[in-house]
Design a protein around this ligand. Structure first.
Ligand code: NDP
Ligand code: MG
Length: 398
């Protein structure tokens, strides 16, 4: 008789977001394999209440205290579900021994401390929170090697690369014979828009990605192509390659997610529908293959796939990210922080879309970027960059 394995116990950081919900959708298709043990978010108490009722975790965490209080009231009839609160509770959840796999899907720098805690605790981590790698890639990768944690990328391009590379049992890729990694980019909603009109772009237009449905911040990052810049940094950190070995190609259909070019001239590509459940299911099940709820592609109906060079003039953020990557790890911390501040200002309608890159560039130019790679030093540099970016905003705001 074959032995029945206990279900894997999962904690989802950023459960109420786009990636969080896609993850829970895949998990719900495999109740025999996965059990949701804990869920965490920031302030969406209504969204969390619905998830808690559906998945019955042992506990939930709300980073915001008021949201936690609302949620405690809302879940008062569910005695089995505890509600914890505050940023330190996120870190405790990420390291909780009752959890086997942590899904790191908080948006932005706010996700870094919990992500690092999960890595230091030796968990299996499904990593969507690219900003954590941009800020602290070396620290996270070193911590994973020391603790035995397995980092599985679910950002679709990096998951595509992971699938095209040979990997060991800890999920570490062997890059022998690899000449170049290629990330595809859709080009976002403004790939063909007259650059002279980018000054009048609205939040609604910038959030309307042609192929992917995502959270607001990454949607704006996709429209400026900072998302691809962050992803170039993410790829270098994850796979330990220099900037020159990671390239970007525009692919408007978003069906080929990444390619690995080997020295013999072979290129391996990963294809799939533009639906995050595909990379999430791959990482969740790895090394097994699970149903994701998404079908394969009907290539004959799709007919053709296009590839074009990126337009650096139209999308200066891509160049800024590369420059920061080449300069130093501290510069990528400041790049990420300034971008978060500028994107938030655009979302609040106090900064023009075409000034996002200018704010980031000016912030980086104000600073020295020599920083120690310890978490505290990185967070301090992040804070300094935020203060400087706010100062820039007062000059660039409309
Ligand atoms: P969303 O904005 O949809 O969701 C963000 C999640 O993070 C929400 O659950 C939010 O909680 C939570 N959150 C935000 N701030 C905090 C905080 N301070 N403390 C705790 N939780 C917090 O984002 P996405 O799901 O789109 O993106 C998540 C990450 O995944 C990003 O890093 C993004 O770059 C990456 N990614 C996303 C993809 C996508 O398709 N969406 C694709 C590839 C990568 P609340 O709802 O309560 O505010
Ligand atoms: Mg991506």
């Amino acid at each position: 008789m074959s032995e029945r394995k206990d279900p894997q116990r999962i904690g989802v950081l950023g459960a109420t977001g786009s990636v969080g919900k896609s993850t829970l959708d895949v998990i719900a298709q495999h109740p025999e394999r996965y059990q949701v043990t804990a869920l965490a978010a920031h302030q969406d108490s209504a969204g969390m209440e619905a998830l808690a009722r559906a998945f019955q975790p042992q506990y939930v965490v709300m980073a915001n205290e008021h949201a936690a209080r609302d949620l405690r009231r809302a879940l008062s009839d569910c005695r089995g579900i505890e509600v914890h609160s505050g940023p330190e509770a996120l870190v405790a959840m990420a390291a909780d021994p009752v959890i086997d796999t942590v899904v790191a899907a908080i948006v932005g720098a706010a996700g870094l401390p919990a992500c690092l805690a999960a890595v230091e605790a030796g968990k299996r981590i499904l990593l969507a929170n690219k900003e954590a790698l941009v800020m602290a890639g070396d620290l996270l990768i070193r911590a994973a090697r020391a603790s035995g944690a397995t980092i599985l990328p679910i950002d679709s391009e990096h998951n595509g690369l992971f699938q095209c590379l040979p990997v060991d049992r800890q999920g570490v890729a062997d890059l022998t014979g690899v000449e170049q990694l290629w990330l595809t980019a859709s080009g976002g909603p403004f790939r063909e828009r007259d650059p002279a009109t980018l000054s009048s772009v609205t939040v609604e237009q910038a959030c309307a990605h042609p192929n992917w449905a995502m959270g607001q911040k990454i949607s704006i990052d996709s429209a400026t192509m900072m998302n691809k810049g962050l992803e170039v940094i993410e790829a270098c950190r994850l796979f330990g390659l220099p900037a020159a070995q990671v390239s970007v190609v525009i692919h408007p259909q978003s069906l080929v997610h990444a390619l690995v070019q080997y020295r013999d001239g072979s290129m391996l590509a990963q294809l799939g529908a533009a639906d995050m459940r595909v990379p999430i299911a791959q990482a969740l099940g790895w090394p097994d293959r699970l149903q994701s709820g998404v079908s394969g592609l009907d290539l004959a109906t799709i007919g053709s796939l296009e590839f074009l060079p990126p337009d650096d003039q139209r999308f200066p953020c891509l160049g800024l990210a590369r420059q920061a990557l080449i300069e130093s790890p501290g510069a990528t911390v400041a790049l990420n922080a300034a971008n978060e501040v500028a994107v938030e200002a655009f979302l609040n309608r106090s900064l023009r879309f075409d000034r996002i890159a200018g704010v980031i560039d000016a912030t980086l130019a104000m600073m020295e970027h020599k920083v120690d790679t310890a978490l505290e030093a990185l967070l301090e540099h992040d804070q300094r960059a935020r203060v400087n970016a706010q100062q820039q905003l007062s000059q660039w705001s409309q």
